[in-house]
Structures are given as C-alpha cells and as structure tokens.
Design a protein around this ligand. Structure first.
Ligand code: 1GP
Length: 251
C-alpha cells in the first residue's frame, strides 16, 4: 500500500502518525544521524521527512542512503526546491504553497519538476502547504517570499485548506516553520480539520509532548518533529508512547 493510501485509511480510523524531519544541512556527522535513525526505529516512527527550505550541503542522497541502509521507515522528500528531488527516496510531498501568492511555488517549480519526477519511482503526494505565522520571520517564509497566514485568522486558514482540497490536493500540511517560536495553535488546527476531509499534517515548533498532544487532539493526523530532537531525543519516546496508546485505544 502506498503512503497516501495508508494516511487516508489511518485518517478514517482516527489513527495518528509521527514523522521525523531530517534537514540535511543540520546533519553534522553520520554518527549523530545514526542515533536519530535508531531512536526513530525504536519508537516506531512512521516516516522520515528529508528536506529543508535552504539546503547548502550536497549530502541529501547520503542522508537518505544512511536511513535506508539501517531501517525500513519510508523516506518522504520535503523539498524546498526542485534541486532536492532525490529518486532514492520513497515518496515526495509535491508541495503547492497555497497560503502564499508566489506563482513559482504555487505551480511554476512544479512544471519544471514534473518531467524529472515522472522518470522516478517516487510516490507523489499532492500537498497543500500552508505557512502560519509563528511570531518571527522563519527561513521558509523568507525564502518563499510569502506572507504566512496570521495565527488568529482561523477562517482564512480554513478556507485556504478547503480551496486546496477542492483543487484536488490530497493532504494539507500546516506548518509554523522549522524551529518556530510558536507552534500552530489548537483553534487553527481544529478550524482547518473541520473544513477538509483529507489527512492533515502539522509541524513547526512542536518541542514538548504536551504540544504534540494538543496538535493531535485538535485534529492533526500526523505531526512532524525536527529541531526539538536535537536537544531532547527522549521527547520522541514520550510522544510515540502517547501515539501508540492512543492508536491502540482507538481514541
Ligand atoms: C518544519 O514542520 C517542520 O517544516 C518541523 O518543524 O523543526 O520545528 O520541529 P520543527
């Protein structure tokens, strides 16, 4: 079964997933990455997301290889641009930045990427990517040259997600940006959740297990955790225990 199909089924069953984000720029040495890979494996992480808004190193393919050499957790590209298409991954979030009004990131880069992706075996996951204001300008907001949705404009976010679903996007990713000061608030997540039927991914600034729980309670189907694991790897165990219990109990 492909990743999108699994996400849809889990969404229908109310089951949650965890993705660990690996930004190749932040991988300082293979031994640190191996620790994270092992930690993810021990904690039944569902996916690795690999990518970043600005990748200055050329080690993305090595990062993917190291993950695939050690575990069977699927690798999903989370590309900041067309240079981050790596055919050895399993899938790719084909991101349209629907919270912004930059045509290059709504459709332009996609036209350039489409023939390249077509020649790979990557599973393409059409994703409505929505940036939400997190208190300060994040790298992704700066690089994408877009204005994030204000974090108290629930209706604006809901309508944006709704339009994305109507355009045929198969999942919505609400992101406060990597290392965000403020995670996406519960009201915003709930407003988006209510407006769509496709799986909802939420990330950015989730650095405590309480924040993870809040996002899941508000309606996230998948949470993405990156930065926080560098400082506090144990956090993954806490969150994954919670997700496991919740999935078992059908809550
Ligand atoms: C960023 O959603 C991801 O695009 C993860 O964010 O690194 O803050 O966990 P963090």
């Amino acid at each position: 079964m492909n990743i999108l199909q699994t996400l849809r089924e889990k969404h229908q069953q109310g089951k949650k997933s965890i993705a660990v984000l690996v930004d190749p720029d932040k991988v300082e040495e293979p031994s640190r990455l191996l620790q994270l890979i092992n930690l993810a494996s021990e904690n039944c992480v569902d996916y690795f997301f690999v990518g970043g808004s600005l990748v200055t190193t050329t080690n993305q393919s090595q990062v993917i290889k190291q993950i695939k050499d050690n575990v069977t957790i699927p690798v999903v590209l989370f590309p900041g641009n067309t240079m981050q298409i790596e055919p050895t991954a399993d899938a790719l979030l084909f991101l349209s930045l629907i919270s912004g009004r930059n045509p290059e990131l709504l459709i332009g880069q996609h036209v350039i990427a489409a023939p390249i992706i077509k020649n790979t075996k990557l599973e393409v996951i059409p994703t409505g990517y929505m940036l939400v204001n997190s208190g300060r300008v994040t790298s992704v907001a700066y690089i994408s040259n877009t204005t994030p949705i204000p974090d108290d404009k629930y209706s604006l976010a809901a309508c944006t997600a709704m339009a994305g679903e109507m355009l045929g996007l198969q999942t919505i990713y609400l992101d406060a940006g990597s290392g965000a000061e403020k995670e996406i608030n519960a009201r915003m997540i709930a407003a988006v959740r209510k407006s769509i039927n496709v799986p909802l991914i939420v990330g950015g600034g989730i650095n405590t297990s309480q924040k993870a729980r809040t996002a899941l309670d508000a309606g996230a189907d998948m949470i993405v955790i990156g930065n926080a694991l560098e400082k506090d790897p144990e956090l993954l165990t806490e969150i994954s225990d919670h997700v496991y219990e919740r999935n078992q109990s059908g809550a």
